[in-house]
Design a protein around this ligand. Structure first.
Ligand SMILES: Cc1cc2nc3c(=O)[nH]c(=O)nc-3n(C[C@H](O)[C@H](O)[C@H](O)COP(=O)(O)OP(=O)(O)OC[C@H]3O[C@@H](n4cnc5c(N)ncnc54)[C@H](O)[C@@H]3O)c2cc1C
Length: 185
């Protein structure tokens, strides 16, 4: 690696921060990342000296906000994302998070949550050899967070019933509808 290693790490954090911010707002249209800008512009905050979340304020395009208003007012009830948008955003998020789980625990926009999640990851390192194991591990760490917040524990054997279904015509993209497909994970 050439140049200053601290600068290289700063750049990596910067690009991951942007990636997180972009994908949070794609998956959750209500999320605009404004508080990241506030964080980075707070005088003396570590973010303002280490990361450049500032610069261009990222906003959700107007048509997306309009759609969101219509959704909230009950005028439309269909999902805002197409299957393709959902897929693209999800792949980016999954690959980035899988590659940089430790960074997630430092850059997650809620500091209290990030600090807590760092401990959760330390106590529950990812050791998975299949999609099913990854799903179970994620369910487990989500439950660790749930427990600490006094929330109900989710039954992990029901994880596919909760997350394996999408809003597609005739349930054609449900995991369960395709359960005859065996992938060599
Ligand atoms: C990494 C991370 C760390 C966090 N740390 C904190 C923290 O320290 N303090 C804090 O106040 N908040 C924290 N949060 C936020 C908190 O976990 C919840 O997201 C938030 O309180 C909203 O909770 P919720 O009840 O809507 O359901 P969420 O916990 O957001 O869950 C969303 C949905 O997932 C399903 N679900 C629930 N548990 C599981 C599970 N174990 N497996 C699979 N599916 C499940 C349920 O259907 C639920 O409706 C953290 C979030 C993340 C992503």
């Amino acid at each position: 690696m050439s140049g200053n290693p601290v600068e290289a790490i700063r750049k990596a954090c910067d690009s991951f921060g942007h990636c997180l911010q972009t994908n949070f707002s794609r998956i959750f249209p209500a999320y605009r990342g404004d508080h990241l800008d506030e964080l980075s512009s707070a005088p003396g905050s570590p973010a303002s000296s280490s990361f450049s979340f500032t610069g261009k304020r990222r906003t959700v395009p107007e048509d997306a906000l309009l759609q969101q208003d219509e959704l909230l007012s009950g005028k439309i009830s269909t999902p805002l994302l197409t299957k393709e948008e959902l897929g693209r955003s999800t792949w980016t998020l999954l690959h980035t998070v899988a590659a940089q789980m430790a960074i997630l625990s430092r850059l997650y926009p809620c500091k209290e949550c990030a600090d807590h999640f760092k401990d959760v990851l330390k106590a529950n390192p990812v050791q998975v050899g299949s999609q099913a194991e990854l799903s179970q591990w994620l369910c487990h760490v989500h439950n660790v967070v749930n427990r600490s917040l006094g929330k109900r524990i989710f039954p992990c054997q029901r994880v596919n019933a909760r997350w394996g279904k999408l809003d597609c015509a005739d349930h054609s993209c449900d995991l369960q509808a395709n359960s005859n497909l065996n992938y060599p994970f």
